[in-house]
Every structure is written in C-alpha cells, then in structure tokens.
Unconditional design. Structure first.
Length: 311
C-alpha cells in the first residue's frame, strides 16, 4: 500500500500562498492540527489538512473570529466534506462581494457622500423579510386614515421586491434605488396625494365611473397616443384632439361637460399626476429586482395625452 503524501509547513505555504507564520499560528491555535510529526518534531500535513487550511482562510476573509472558525471546523471531515463547506463559504463571500460592488457602483455614479454610502450599504444588506416590510410600511402610510379602493391598493402592495439568491449587479442596484425611492419624502407625498384624491372622490361619489373608464379604455388610449407620437403628430392635430375628446367623453360624469376646458384641464392634471415618471419608475425597478419582463416607459404617450387635453 502507498503512503499518504504529506507536506511540511514550508511546502504547504508554497502550495497555498499563505505565509509560514500564518500557517504556524493556525496550527498553534488548534485550527490546523498536524497530520503527524517527524522524528525531529517537525509538523507534517496531508491533503485533508490543506483543504482545511483553505477553508480556514476563506472563513477568516469573511470576517469570522478564531472561535467561530474553530466551531465551524469542530467535527471531523473528509477532503470532500471540507471542499463542500469551502464552496458554501465561498458562495457567501461572493454574495457579499457582489453587494459591495453594487454599492460601490452606485457610489461612483452619484459621487455620494459618506452618509449616503453607509445608507446604501445598509440597504444592500437587508434580508428578504426586511425588504418586504419596507414596502408594507410604505403602503400602510400611503392609505392611513383614508377611505380608498381596497382592491386597487391590494394590487399595489402585492408586488414585493424579492432578490434571487444570486442577484445580478443590475438587480442589486435596482433594489438600492427602489429602497431610496420609497423613502424619498417627495415621492411619498406624491403617492399620498393620489390616495387622498381617490378618498375624496369616493366620499363625493365621483370615483367609480372615471376609474372604470380608465381601466377599460387605457390600453386603447395608450396605443393611439403612441401611434400619434411615432407619426410625429402634434397634440393639437386632428388625431390628438379626437383622442382628447374620446378621453373626456369616457370619463365625464353626467353632470360634467366633456367639452369644457375646465373639465379637460382637470383630467389633464389627473393624467399628469398618475403618470408621474417616479410612479412608473417604481414598477420598472420592481420588475428588474424580481426578474419580471421590463416595464416600458409610457412617458411620451402620457405627455401627448396631457397636452392634447390641455388643447
């Protein structure tokens, strides 16, 4: 039978790239017990010890203290088992490095100050549960104390950010931007204002008809506006004004005149508010985070409809 290959500390250092002093320290601390000793008392290590040493290095690079490393290595393991643990530790290291890279990319793009860098790092390190709670708290505040369409807001809050176990840099950057957006005071004021407007319309009995018209006709309005934009039509063109008339006729209550400039201005204001680029950005970022199909911008079509309604 052949003998198991063993290595001196010097050979182990050459094969792993770790200093002899470091390996000797790990050995003295009991993290790397020698496989055997020579007659002269020199320590020798086998392939399992080398795998163990590589795992110790990875765990230390992850920031674990000596006591935690020792606990992780407490039970005996074969080379294969050590390799499996090493892969798991490397996966965690890669995940953390990707988080750091996403933060640094965002910092570089924005030329961020130290306080913002710390905030972005905290956001990137959030757990799935913390991310979902952030969104729930956002929508709770948006409707607190208001009489709103519960089904509509159930759909709004159903979309939760769920980063995969191995997110891309783009997904991490989208999450950082998303978390900042839902905490931005001006964005919160925008969405709260839309909720308050809906609540006022419900109280006045003015909510259901315009909302039904929007949901029923929105795809057609968007398609017509996009066609007009692509064709280079002006909002004051025949196509633009026909579209404005159709929108006004569909959304006007019996007591409102769809041809009235005041009513059309009111509808233009509503389109402008609901079509705010930040509200659209919310869903675009959520789609990137969750790996959903991209949400295409509706801004050119929305601007066309707003201008057409204003005449």
């Amino acid at each position: 039978m052949g003998t198991t290959a063993t290595f001196t500390i010097g050979e182990l250092a050459r094969r792993t790239g770790l200093p002899v002093k470091t390996i000797r320290f790990y050995s003295d601390e009991g993290l790397l017990p020698p496989t055997e000793r020579t007659d002269a008392g020199y320590r020798l290590y086998d392939a399992a010890a080398m795998a163990r040493l590589e795992l110790v290095r990875t765990l230390r690079e992850l920031g674990l203290g000596l006591a935690d490393v020792s606990a992780a290595l407490a039970r005996p393991a074969t080379v294969g088992e050590l390799a499996t643990r090493h892969v798991e530790a490397l996966d965690e290291q890669i995940r953390r490095l990707r988080l750091r890279r996403a933060v640094l990319r965002a910092v570089a793009k924005r030329n961020s100050e130290l306080e913002e860098v710390n905030l972005m790092n905290r956001l990137a390190s959030m757990s799935d549960e913390e991310r979902k709670r952030l969104v729930d708290e956002f929508w709770d505040e948006m409707v607190a104390g208001l009489d709103v369409d519960q089904e509509f807001y159930r759909r709004m809050r159903a979309g939760k950010p769920e980063l995969p176990d191995d997110p891309s840099p783009e997904q991490l950057e989208a999450w950082i931007e998303f978390a900042e957006l839902v905490q931005d005071p001006s964005f919160r004021a925008l969405i709260r204002g839309m909720s308050e407007q809906q609540s006022q319309q419900i109280k006045a009995g003015e909510f259901q008809q315009p909302t039904d018209a929007w949901e029923r006709n929105w795809p057609d309005w968007m398609a017509r506006a996009e066609t007009a934009v692509q064709a280079g039509d002006s909002p004051t063109s025949e196509a633009g004004q026909t579209l404005a008339s159709d929108i006004a006729a569909a959304t006007a209550r019996p007591d409102q005149d769809p041809a009235s400039p005041e009513f059309r201005t009111e509808m233009a204001d509503r389109f402008e508010t609901s079509g705010d680029p930040r509200a659209e950005r919310y869903w675009q970022l959520l789609a990137t985070i969750n790996g959903w199909p991209p949400v295409q911008t509706a801004q050119p079509a929305v601007r066309f409809m707003v201008a057409a309604l204003r005449g």
